[in-house]
Design a protein around this ligand. Structure first.
Ligand code: SF4
Ligand code: SF4
Length: 449
């Protein structure tokens, strides 16, 4: 099989040895969960339960208020303790429902693969979209874009291809890898459901070449499904291979225009975990109440791939993995996600949300923010940028609030992958400054409109 890739990017240490071969383990039922009413791109949900009310696992507790939104569900049975503003892993606070569990767990009869394409023959695109929406499914790779919206191309846009993203290029994370190895039939079935929903004729499952066991498991599942319009594509292990635009370029050679979307080139990209969640929703009527989270890094005692209820606190998840592992003189950083795109957490009471693919715990003496140095114009950041941007230029434009330069050099096209900051010898916090540039530009555009 040919190995395909995109231009530029980086090869960081992948650090996946601790969990890559570890089977997914179901975490214990948490005593308490905190369910944010905004776990997606778009409008927050309206809460539909009150303090003191009894709720059942899987019950809808937040209703979408707009098309670009997704419902949220109780992930354990119990009593609503509070509806309160709570720390959110991506930063800031979000109105959230706090549930104290009664210790019971519902049986969704979702063990094993039930096979057969009967449901897909019976259900039309509208019905599939409604099930996906009702189950609260969003992009599980971290983007958390509501899936029913992604699978509703506007009139005039036709989709011929669906790509499932099984790259998992971020260091430490192995939750998608394990899903492909352990539940390949569900992933392939979910892909067929997505293809039917958008009317695509071809499906690809893109996997990096550092996951040969996932490649053979998925190839076996495609064969078993007996379909001839789904192919596995092998990609070079390189960061950020899983970014939508890089993926479409590597798999199909199609270029998404600057400021455009995959649907502009006839493509929809979904994560393998999202496909598996779609399978669960259609086959078992199970909403998105749990997900696989990789807990890894040198600062965790027992690294694991854990199946965790959404809303479980980071503290509880770390506890399920034996707690921290560091010396007294070392700092510890806990990240929501991997080290390149993850967000450092100040409080461990933050809940796992639908987009939490991993919790990375790093321990060491060098974890404090390093002093940055003046730019030496080495152009390493330019050579690494997968979007073909000039990171030093747009970062400075962001830092100095020069929106004309930020716009001229297409700062908004930055996908915040972190490649530039990773290679910068002067340790300049380029991504942070680019984020500031985007905020400044949005403010300016809002003022002008
Ligand atoms: S400028 Fe943006 S897209 Fe380019 S490397 Fe830096 S973070 Fe990635
Ligand atoms: S890598 Fe760092 S030092 Fe080199 S040009 Fe880019 S910002 Fe400047």
């Amino acid at each position: 099989m040919n190995v395909r890739t995109f231009k530029r990017g980086i090869h960081p240490p992948y650090c996946k040895e601790a969990t890559g071969a570890k089977p997914i383990e179901r975490a214990g039922l948490p005593q308490r969960v905190v369910i944010p009413l905004l776990q997606h791109v778009g409008a927050p949900c309206n809460v539909t339960v009150k303090k003191g009310e009894t709720v059942e696992e899987g019950q809808k507790i937040g209703e979408p208020t707009a098309f670009v939104s997704a419902p949220v569900h109780a992930t354990i049975s119990g009593k609503v303790k509070d509806v309160v503003s709570w720390q959110y892993p991506a930063g800031g606070k979000v109105l959230s429902v706090v549930i104290e569990g009664d210790g019971s767990a519902k049986d969704w009869h979702d063990e094993g693969h039930t096979g057969g394409l009967d449901e897909l023959e019976r259900l039309g695109p509208e019905q599939l979209r409604a099930i996906i929406k009702d189950a609260g499914i969003v992009g599980l790779g971290g983007a958390m874009f509501p899936t029913h919206v992604k699978l509703s191309p506007p009139e005039g846009k036709s989709i011929d291809t669906v790509i499932l993203n099984g790259c998992e290029c971020e260091p430490f994370l192995t939750s998608d890898h394990r899903l492909m190895v352990e539940m390949p039939e569900r992933v392939v079935w979910g892909l067929l459901a997505i293809m039917k929903t958008v009317g695509a004729s071809t499906g690809y499952i893109a996997i990096e070449d550092n996951k040969p066991d996932a490649v053979s498991a998925i190839e076996g599942a495609v064969k078993e499904a007996g379909v001839d319009n789904v192919r596995v594509v092998l990609l070079e292990t390189k960061y950020p291979q899983g970014a939508e635009k890089m993926l479409i370029d590597a798999v199909l050679g199609r270029k998404v225009p600057l400021g455009g979307l995959p649907m502009d080139v006839g493509v929809v990209v979904n994560n393998v975990g999202t496909a598996k969640a779609i399978y669960d929703a259609i086959k078992f009527g199970k909403p998105l109440i749990e997900r696989v989270v990789t807990v890894s890094g040198n600062g965790i005692r027992e690294p694991k791939n854990l199946l965790v209820r959404i809303g479980t606190s980071f503290e509880d998840v770390i506890g399920f993995c034996g707690g921290f592992n560091h010396r007294e003189d070392e700092e510890v950083a806990v990240l929501n996600g991997g080290p390149l795109m993850g967000v450092a957490q100040r409080e461990l009471t933050v809940p796992v949300v639908k987009g939490t693919s991993g919790i990375t715990v790093l321990a060491g003496r060098e974890l404090k923010p390093q002093e940055f140095m003046p730019c030496i114009r080495c152009a390493s950041c330019v050579d690494a940028c997968p979007m073909g941007l000039m990171p030093y230029k747009i970062a400075d434009a962001g830092r100095l609030n020069v929106t004309s330069i930020f716009r001229e050099f297409s700062g908004s096209a930055c996908i915040e992958c972190g490649c530039c900051a990773f290679v910068c010898p002067a340790k300049r916090p380029l991504v942070g400054w680019i984020r500031v540039g985007k905020i400044n530009l949005r403010k300016e555009e809002k003022k002008a409109s």
